[in-house]
Design a protein around this ligand. Sequence first.
Ligand code: SF4
Ligand code: SF4
Length: 270
Amino acid sequence: MPQGKLCNKKPITTEDELHELLADKSGKRYYEEMQSLDVDASEIEALFRKSFKSRLKSWLEICTHCALCAESCFFYLANHKDPKQVPSYKIQSTLGELVRRKGRVDNTFMRMTMDTAWSKCTCCNRCALYCPFGIDMGVMFSYLRGICFSQGFVPWELKIGSGMHRIYRAQMDITTEDWVDTCQWMVEENEEEWPGLEIPVDKENADIIYTVNARDPSTTRKIWPMQPFCFMWPEKTGRFPVWDGKKQVWPCSPGTGKEAGCRLKPFTKV
Ligand code: SF4
Ligand code: SF4
């Protein structure tokens, strides 16, 4: 049963394995290996027997294909109402097929399933609110992701991310000490240009809690401190338009467009 060196069923558990995967730029070799990964139908069937219980089973069976869930899914709306983005279609053509064929599927099917499970559903659970039966694709796609992972069909970045969780108990290998240290050196590096700059950590009774994307301290150290700057000096950075109360916006986005802003009126220092 061919297993790739980088792309295989084994989860990442050591730093060496992790570094090897990280060295494979953009997952080039990883995805090449994925193309010849075998699918173990008996293993999938055994997994179904163990974990595919009545709730998921009945959800797959009772779906009437009424498409009432379609409008709930932003993938459907953002893709010009492509029928292939209707939540029920996405799950029936992947998990549904996998169950019906008892895991007897090929590599191409598994790659399509992986793509659908991670790139066409965020597991936001909105469709469940629209479905008269409460069928929840978010729950089903989470389950399907587990099946894909068990067969080695998982996006390169997520194999890395899950490995980091296993090894460091953190998504991006950033420890608390590293994080505090990063905040301090960012202040030192920028205080000449921004006198009085402060990046307070765990400050009590603050008006605003600011968190960064988990990958930012690791991959975009030069960029993320710009975001606290925006809170401290919005008049200089010009990044945050005044909240007009009409648009729901990403509260921490540093974007420059009208949609980016925050509820800072009057301006409150972090
Ligand atoms: S709304 Fe429910 S029953 Fe209708 S297609 Fe969607 S999942 Fe199936
Ligand atoms: S759970 Fe998935 S399929 Fe359902 S609305 Fe959210 S993104 Fe769309």
